[in-house]
Design a binder for this molecule. Structure first.
Ligand SMILES: [Zn+2]
Length: 241
């Protein structure tokens, strides 16, 4: 099956990847859901836009307490690097990711559509200024250097719209692609989760890599590889050369 998948990747004209939490677990990024998930450590309201906007100081006190630390330290793993390599070789046109961990960019991918935003940036909701988290010590709520407002992490909170540009480009690529590789997304979080279905409807082949079966496995996946992301990346390499 790995060989079959590798052949599909090599002969495709417009392959894209669709990634979720599963690709980053082995980089030490906890998923939001599940046993060691972020939801067990932080209250869900912390990521609710209505709560955030009315309790910015308190919200930042919680966010400063360890939330960013992990994310800043995290490094891409071989699965991220495989996708960077595929893009460099011209075998992959883009990545649509549900992750906010910035690891695809850290791995070297250039065309990454982040439909849930990115933890590496901060946004002023008053004047639209954007900052890198690297410019702040994040020991207390970071303030906009233009207007002094408390900044918001530039990832999508509950109750917020998905970023329009990334969403539109993702949909566009789901129409264009002839192959979509799902890695580590179990297809729970809508509307992003419907991207692979959109690609399938437009005639693309679907490869799915997930250690557990997902909503995609018995429905739209042409090839389902029951493996973790890192295992997959390590084992498919020899077939790609
Ligand atoms: Zn501002």
């Amino acid at each position: 099956m790995l060989k079959e998948a590798a052949d599909l990747i090599k002969k495709s004209k417009y392959a894209i990847a669709f990634t979720g939490a599963g690709i980053s677990v082995e980089s030490g990024i906890p998923p939001f859901r599940g046993e060691n998930g972020i939801w067990n450590k932080y209250e869900e309201k912390l990521f609710d836009i209505v709560y955030f906007n009315s309790h910015k100081k308190e919200a930042w006190d919680m966010l400063c307490d360890g939330f960013y630390e992990n994310a800043v330290k995290a490094k891409p793993n071989v699965a991220h690097f495989l996708l960077a390599e595929l893009e460099k070789n011209g075998n992959l046109k883009s990545i649509i990711t549900q992750n906010i961990d910035n690891l695809h960019t850290k791995a070297g991918n250039k065309t990454v559509y982040e439909v849930h935003g990115n933890i590496a940036n901060l946004l002023c909701q008053t004047d639209g200024s954007k900052y890198s988290i690297a410019d702040f010590d994040l020991k207390s709520a970071p303030l906009c250097r233009e207007c002094g407002a408390i900044l918001k992490p530039d990832f999508v909170f509950f109750g917020e719209q998905l970023p329009e540009y990334d969403l539109n480009k993702s949909i566009e690529d789901c129409h264009k692609c002839d192959l979509l590789i799902i890695i580590g997304s179990t297809g729970i979080v809508y509307p992003a989760a419907s991207m692979p279905n959109l690609a399938k409807e437009n005639g693309a082949k679907i490869i799915e890599v997930n250690p557990q079966e997902s909503v995609y496995s018995n429905t739209i996946a042409d090839i389902y590889i029951k493996m973790g992301a890192v295992d997959f990346a390590e084992n498919i390499k020899k077939f790609l050369d």
